[in-house]
Design a protein around this ligand. Structure first.
Ligand SMILES: Nc1ncnc2c1ncn2[C@@H]1O[C@H](COP(=O)(O)OP(=O)(O)OP(=O)(O)O)[C@@H](O)[C@H]1O
Length: 257
């Protein structure tokens, strides 16, 4: 069996007396695009934050690239950290930095490139996300919602990660901008051979991107399979989420695309 890029093993999360996750197990093989869905408050964002080490689960283990997330020396952890990146909902750009400085930030922090190389890499990433060289000088406050997401994606791709995590990548975008951002993610995923985990409420995004869907319900991963297979699972959340009239329309649109 292929070694998973990301594994969650017996992961449980408690906030005060509230258990959000209880025994979450999930293995994500390389090259998959996995959409994580679940009801509001089911703990999707929390799980994403645990996957990148921003939060520590109460119990259980997160493994990336076949090693515990926090295994080894500080340097080993830094090396591992460079192999994955997360795009936060809303972009989380540094508001006092230009677009250029935002994208250059991870490269500077990693200390692996000269200023001339950084200039070249930033230009390359801007092209990758279909922005113009002139956008480099803009401040985040001067950007549209779609541009913010593209800059956040360029910054996440700066160190050429193998694993990309996206929290609600199309939230707040109108349908046209959402479709074009989804197409960009799909193209980059294929070009770069990325493994992607995304949290989304948006069925158009889910249907257009996912090779697999993981359903978080009853505090665990209730189903993990292709969209078609997951839709067959007889569970109230799944039936409501995928088989409502609105969902059927979105899925039909995606299949016709
Ligand atoms: N730092 C925290 N302290 C206490 N409770 C928290 C904390 N972070 C999250 N929670 C709680 O954990 C639960 C899961 O939150 P989370 O944001 O992960 O859910 P979600 O599935 O992403 O929700 P949504 O779809 O509404 O964004 C919620 O009940 C939330 O209130």
């Amino acid at each position: 069996m292929t070694t998973p890029v990301l594994s969650l093993r017996g992961l449980s999360t408690r906030f005060g007396s509230n258990w959000v996750h209880k025994g979450v197990d999930l293995d994500i093989p390389p090259g998959e695009v996995v959409s994580l869905v679940g009801g509001s408050g089911s703990g999707k964002t929390t799980l994403l934050r645990q996957m990148v080490g921003l939060l520590t689960p109460t119990e259980g283990e997160v493994r990336v690239f076949d090693e515990p997330l926090f295994a080894g020396s500080r340097e080993a952890q830094r090396q591992r950290r460079r192999r994955f990146a997360m795009c936060f909902q809303g972009g989380a750009l540094f508001s006092a930095f230009t677009v250029y400085e935002n994208i250059a930030f991870p490269l500077r922090e990693a200390g692996i490139a000269t200023e001339a190389e950084i200039r070249e890499l930033v230009a390359l990433k801007l092209t990758m996300v279909e922005l113009l060289p002139s956008h480099a000088a803009l401040m985040p406050a001067e950007l549209s919602g779609g541009m913010i997401k593209r800059v956040a994606l360029a910054r996440a791709l700066a160190l050429e990660p193998e694993l990309l995590l996206l929290d609600e990548p199309t939230a707040g975008l109108d349908p046209t901008r959402s479709a074009s951002f989804v197409a960009l993610i799909r193209d980059l995923q294929q070009q770069l051979g990325l493994t992607v985990v995304l949290v989304t409420h948006d069925l158009d995004t889910l249907a257009a991107l996912s090779s697999k869907v993981a359903v978080l319900a009853e505090r665990r991963i209730l189903a993990f399979d292709s969209l078609e297979a997951v839709m067959q699972v007889d569970h109230p959340f799944i039936q409501e989420f995928f088989l409502s009239e609105r969902s059927a329309r979105a899925l039909a649109r995606a299949q016709g695309a």
